[in-house]
Structure formats: C-alpha cells, structure tokens
Design a protein. Structure first.
Length: 71
C-alpha cells in the first residue's frame, strides 16, 4: 500500500467523509480491519464517515456494468 506502507493512514488524514481503496487483486483482511479502525477513530471527531474496499471482483463488475466509464 504505497512506497512507505502508509497510504491508508494518509487517506484518512485528508478532509473527507468518504474513503475508498480500490485494488485489482485480492485485498488482505488487514486492509479492511485497518480501514474500519481508522474510520471509527475519525468518526469520533469528524461525524459520519463512509468507507469501502473495492477488490478485484467488484472492479470487474463495475467495468462490466459501466464500460464507457473505464475507457
């Protein structure tokens, strides 16, 4: 997850309320757990937070459903 392995932490330090990680491969369970923990921590001070992990299967379904968006 990035050169320094800190992309998810940096993602959650941005001024946003929705956070997505997309990877065209298998996503390790630790990524889901880290995102959930960071979302919970952020929600304490930042209100409602939305997050999602888009793995290979979901990416393929999105590409199939919306081919024009992936040109």
């Amino acid at each position: 997850m990035g050169k320094n392995g800190d992309q998810i932490q940096r993602l959650f330090s941005s001024p946003a309320t929705a956070f997505f990680v997309q990877y065209e491969g298998e996503v390790n369970e630790s990524v889901y757990k880290l995102m959930e923990e960071l979302a919970k921590a952020r929600a304490v001070t930042g209100g409602k937070i939305f997050w999602s992990v888009i793995d290979d299967g979901a990416t393929k379904r999105l590409r199939k459903a919306h081919p024009k968006a992936f040109r």
